[in-house]
Design a protein. Sequence first.
Length: 70
Amino acid sequence: MYAVEFETDIKNGIVRIPKKFKDLQDKKSVKLFIVYDDNKNKNGFKRKKMSAVSIDTKGFKFNREEAHER
C-alpha cells in the first residue's frame, strides 16, 4: 500500500487528482482520507485561533518540595 498527499479543491463532489499522480487516474479502488478546516466548532460559532503565549521566567526558581506539597 502506498500513500500520497496533496491539496486540492472539491467541486460538485469531484476530487481532482494532480497530474503528477497520473498513475492514480486509472486505479479501480483507493482509500481517501480527507482533512478539512471549516473554521466552526460544533455550536456553529467561528473558532478563534490562539496566538503564542510567552511567560517571563527570569528570576523564577523551581522548588521541587513545594511543587509536591500541592
